[in-house]
Design a protein around this ligand. Structure first.
Ligand SMILES: Nc1nc2c(c(=O)[nH]1)N[C@H]1C(S)=C(S)[C@@H](COP(=O)(O)O)O[C@H]1N2
Ligand SMILES: [Mo]
Length: 443
């Protein structure tokens, strides 16, 4: 007989799932979980792998909710892994949200395995997606000739463009706000800058005809609302026409010259870089050209919106006092070395990272090793193209042994710098662009 490797709690939870799944969910997750949302995290094909991982067969496997992480794994120190991803920190598994530690963002071009995942709902099952028959519909009241394109049509009819584009979640950095804001507690890792290949959104919209009264576009994807309700969208956001028609706004079918990873929107996604990542729709099925500001799910305040004036921490802000976030603020990361390293006194240390500034470019980056008392200018490279992040590099020395922090601070092309402390508190915890810092022990 195979035996379960772990304690009675594991055995207990399986029995409880068989009897009373809601109670088991409360016990395991500390909350109730809609039965439909239990699906989808681990695929059926993973059952064998899962049995191997827990060290024995799972007698009640057929009653095990699809979304369940076996307690034997959830309780172990093994980092939990997502297919195609490496080293990400999983913040939430219903829906899946995972961020990238700063030192894994050191590449100039973010590899697919290190691109963060931000899901508002339940992604379409990979098995249900057929890229060959996938269709994108262009419609809306301000579209003259609504049309449908397969991915092959897009590839054939329009010019291809490959650009390196930064995607950052509007809530990146949320974990630092006090009082805490609800939502994923991102630290610094909800940002990435891979290349995307596709066609210009502008070319496709123009082929369908844009009416004079068009002011906004909105996207729809095939993910489902977290409740499982088929009549609700997980998210449907968009951008004003001006942003939609920029050279860099793409409908992309490839990331880093390969298929877009499943969790990042395979087989087709919108990329409107420099704005909150939420405008870059994944699993893209439909784009509507609107004669009013798009009113899809998560367009209304307080979603992706900031108070129009600074508010005291903890304030309640009325909906009419919010405005939709557009360009993201200037920001930077120290991606090398990894925080916490030891360094030999007398040797200089090369530090490097990336800086970006929403729709703008980065003008300067400075670093400090004395908690911001003095700053030295870093070398800063231009972006490979507009809306890509920029590499910065600096060499620092340390006067004596002890604990140091390296801080980095970027300044955008309009003279705005990153704050050294967390910027203005806001109800949903958006736009924290405080300086990133790493620890260095000099011995
Ligand atoms: N269809 C769909 N598109 C989506 C989302 C989503 O949940 N569903 N999340 C948005 C948000 S909030 C962000 S930050 C980015 C994240 O992109 P990534 O998961 O590829 O990193 O996708 C955006 N596009
Ligand atoms: Mo996001």
């Amino acid at each position: 007989m195979t035996k379960l490797p772990t304690n009675n709690r594991t055995r207990g939870i399986h029995a409880l799932y068989a009897e009373d799944p809601e109670a088991a969910d409360r016990l395991l997750w500390g909350r109730e979980v809609d039965p439909l949302t239990r699906r989808g995290f681990l695929k059926r094909s993973s059952l064998l792998a899962m049995a191997a991982a827990v060290g024995g067969s799972i007698p009640f496997a057929d009653r095990m909710p699809g979304g369940l992480i076996p307690a034997a794994l959830a309780q172990s120190d093994e980092p939990f892994t997502l297919e195609g991803k490496e080293g990400l920190t999983v913040l939430n598994d219903r829906p899946i949200n995972a961020e990238t530690p700063a030192h894994l963002l050191d590449d100039d071009i973010t590899p697919a395995k290190h691109m963060f995942v931000r899901n508002n709902g339940i992604p379409p099952e990979l098995e249900s997606i057929d890229a060959d028959t996938w269709e994108l519909e262009i419609a809306g009241e301000s579209c003259e000739n609504p049309q449908t394109f397969t991915i092959a049509d897009l590839k054939e009819r329009f010019e291809h463009h490959t650009l390196q584009l930064q995607v950052e979640c509007g809530g990146n950095g949320r974990s630092e706000y006090v009082p805490s804001a609800s939502g994923n507690q991102w630290t610094t890792g909800a940002v990435a800058c891979p290349t995307f290949t596709g066609v210009r959104l502008r070319d496709v919209l123009e082929a369908c005809g844009i009416k004079d009264d068009a002011v906004y576009i909105g996207y729809y994807g095939t993910d489902r609302h977290a409740s499982g309700d088929p009549n609700k969208e997980a998210i449907s956001r968009g951008v004003p026409m001006e942003k939609a028609l920029e050279d860099e706004s793409l409908i992309a079918w490839a990331m880093n010259d390969e298929d877009i990873p499943h969790l990042n929107g395979y087989p087709l996604r919108l990329v409107c870089a420099g704005w909150p990542g939420s405008v870059s729709g994944k699993w893209l099925k439909r784009i509507v050209v609107r004669n009013q500001k798009h009113d899809g799910a998560k367009m209304a305040p307080p979603s992706y919106s900031m108070p129009k004036y600074p508010v005291a921490p903890g304030s309640v802000v009325p909906d009419e006092d919010f405005e939709t976030i557009e360009s993201m603020p200037v920001k930077s990361l120290v991606t090398y070395p990894r925080s916490g390293i030891e360094h030999a006194l007398g040797e200089s240390l090369t530090v490097r990272g990336h800086a970006w500034a929403g729709d703008l470019s980065v003008e300067e980056v400075h670093v400090s090793i004395d908690f911001g008392t003095t700053w030295q200018k870093a070398d800063l490279q231009p972006p490979p193209n507009r809306l890509a992040w920029q590499r910065w590099i600096a060499t620092v020395g340390f006067p004596e042994p002890g604990y140091y922090e390296v801080w980095a601070k970027a300044t955008d092309s309009e003279g705005r710098s990153q704050p050294m402390v967390v910027p203005g508190w806001n109800p949903k915890g958006y736009l924290n662009n405080a300086c990133h810092r790493i620890a260095v022990q000099v011995t």
